[in-house]
Design a protein. Sequence first.
Length: 336
Amino acid sequence: MGALSAVYRTILSVREFLYKKSLKRSKKLPSKVISIGNLTLGGTGKTPAVIALAEEAKKRGCKPCILTRGYKGTAKAPCMAGKDNEPFLNTYQAGDEPTLMTYRLKGIPVVIGKNRYLAGLSAISELGLNTIDMFILDDGFQHWALHRDLDILLIDATNPFGNEKLFPEGILREPLKAIERADIIIITKTNAVSREQIDVLRMKIKQYNPDAPVYTAVHMPTTFVNPKGILKQLDFINQRRIYAFSGIANPAYFKTTLSSMGAQIVKFKPFRDHYFYKQQDIDRIAESADGLDIITTEKDLVKLKELRLPENIFALRVDFSVEEAFYNNIFGRIQC
């Protein structure tokens, strides 16, 4: 292990020791908290999973509220990112993922704040305790400061643990041993790998956590949407020449998804994860596309709404689809 990864591991160990010995205490909100997180640096599909869980909770009669850090957003104090499909902040203030959640979720508040406990109290203060009976903690597996009633861990089937080294030598945010903390585990993007690969990964997971149920999920393309909300069917890009770009953690997976749908990707431009686009970026993309249809991700699209966009730009909407037994397990444990 390199020096920087060793320092990082020491920091993780000290933090875990302080909380486990109650030298630091996790604060508890008055409503149940379900965390969705991962062990790696991005790419497991947390945002679609959070959206899907929030929608299912509402469908089952719960009153969920999403707590999220608002990564890369400029807002500092806990604040409401949006409610009823109406964003209160732009993507530069809230971050791209909270903005996407706001656009996708109707009647479910999204609250941002680095301190998720204070964000939860802020939501209760603004909306009332009786309007929230469940908090969904986005990217919360390492957030020791807040008590969770259920920890859901996502593991990406296409790249579970990288080279199995800690950041910065690898993509692991914690050692693999941390899998033992999970109450429920989901292997995501299973439609992109073989059954044998899933079985091998499942066995590796069970080495660290033999008790937690392990479910499988896919990130299923459902439609294309443009900045005006106009939808197109998935066969829209079948055999069509396109220019694609994205600013996500796993651009290769996005590219593979488009190709599997029959798209002929003439040009592909990856940007870094959470990249905030400038008008000149879009102008260059439009010029380089030279009349080709332009395809991006929905997470990228929410960051483009305030820019001048070409007419032929569409985003691929992807939904999280998991076994029904997963939801039955959760709502069998957590009563709204």
